[in-house]
Design a protein around this ligand. Structure first.
Ligand code: SAH
Length: 351
């Protein structure tokens, strides 16, 4: 099945709200569609949070510019290469280099050089960048250096809400344009949203699904919004359980709408529930992102409170992760880069 099932906005809203028996049915259907389309393989992305420096001041984010309690760090190129080496030995055939957003010349050439170094030493390693909004020239530079995937969450597709959650110099339009640019350059493009943001409604979330569908996105990472105490939204009370359930329903609905994309069972799910990532997989996700950032930096990369695995080393994951995947009847796909099938089709069709 190549094409997703077309679902109306009203139907999506209904599905996002469903709970209990109906919800189990939704998960079951999505898992079945996942198995038929992208198989039972779960792909690994070793997550390297290489710098927490950021020029942005997003109201929800723990590494925002104004959080002066943060100890700033940028990993050295050798530390990044060591994390890639660890991933390679662990059988994680793909790495994600994530950081705050910096647009200086130095930062751009640092990233470009590190990508080149990784590609030289590990030519088979698929590299995803997640370094925020950059101009088209920079995205092209990174692509030519060897990064073939890029993650940039739209955060919310509701423009009014976007404006409320971001400083005035950021704009929904620019972020969307970045996604368009990335597609034009031929990246495998990922986006995503947070679920349960202050002021966000279920209708917004249904529109997020439709946005992702309309943009023809290849891979998605979405997770519940979790407050961080040192942010302006830190005191906003969230219904964690409800956000968790809606988050799982988002995965299922998106899988039904876009059967061939890659969907991550994100860390934020695990932050709210120790079995969150397994639940994400059971709801239709097919990607997992073990953290391979050196332990000494993890405490300083807390996007939200209660981020899991902060006190763990990359090695600690090795024993636990395959068991977690197998526990929900899926297959840990070691040493496979797991290119998005949707992307492959898109390239074949020239769009
Ligand atoms: N600078 C990069 C990476 C940002 S951090 C970029 O702009 O893409 C990665 C993601 O963490 C963000 O896109 C956001 O969706 C998520 N995030 C940030 N704060 C969060 C919070 N409080 N709760 C849940 N997710 C959060």
């Amino acid at each position: 099945m190549e094409k997703g099932i077309s679902i109306s906005r009203e139907e999506i809203i209904k599905l996002l709200k469903c709970r209990e028996k109906e919800q189990q049915g939704l998960f079951h259907k999505a898992a079945q569609i996942r198995n038929e389309n992208v198989t039972k393989n779960v792909y690994f992305r070793g997550l390297i949070e290489f710098s927490n420096r950021c020029c942005n001041d997003c109201l929800y984010c723990g590494i925002r510019r104004s959080n002066n309690k943060l100890l700033h760090y940028t990993m050295t190129k050798n530390e990044i290469l060591d994390a890639v080496d660890f991933s390679s030995r662990a059988g994680y055939a793909s790495v994600v280099l994530q950081s705050g957003e910096i647009r200086t010349k130095e930062f751009i050439s640092f990233v470009e050089d590190v990508v080149k170094k990784i590609k030289t030493k590990y030519p088979d390693m698929a590299i995803t960048l997640c370094v925020g909004e950059q101009d088209k020239e920079t995205y092209t530079k990174f692509f030519n250096a060897g990064a073939e995937r890029y993650l940039l969450r739209i955060e919310t597709s509701n423009k009014v809400l976007y404006k409320k959650l971001h400083p005035s110099e950021m704009s929904f339009e620019n972020r969307k344009q970045c996604l368009v640019d990335l597609k034009v350059i031929s990246y495998q493009v990922g986006t995503g949203v947070m679920i349960g943001l202050p002021g966000q409604t279920i209708v917004d979330l249904a529109d997020d699904i439709l946005f992702i569908e309309k943009m023809g996105i290849d891979m998605v990472g979405m997770g519940p919004y979790i407050p961080h105490k040192d942010t302006p939204l830190g005191d906003y009370a969230v219904d964690k359980e409800d956000n968790m359930q809606t988050g799982l329903n988002m995965i299922s609905v998106l899988r039904i709408v876009m059967p061939q994309i890659n969907i991550a069972a994100t860390t934020a799910l695990q932050a709210l529930d120790p079995l969150g990532r397994e639940k994400g997989l059971s709801a239709g996700a097919n990607v997992i992102m073990p953290n391979v950032t050196p332990q000494k930096y993890r405490e300083s990369y807390q996007l939200y409170d209660g981020k899991p695995c902060v006190n763990e080393k990359s090695e600690d994951c090795l024993n636990c992760i395959s068991g977690r995947i197998r526990s929900v009847g899926l297959n840990p796909a070691y040493n496979e880069i797991g290119t998005s099938l949707f992307y492959k089709q898109r390239v074949k069709n020239g769009c």
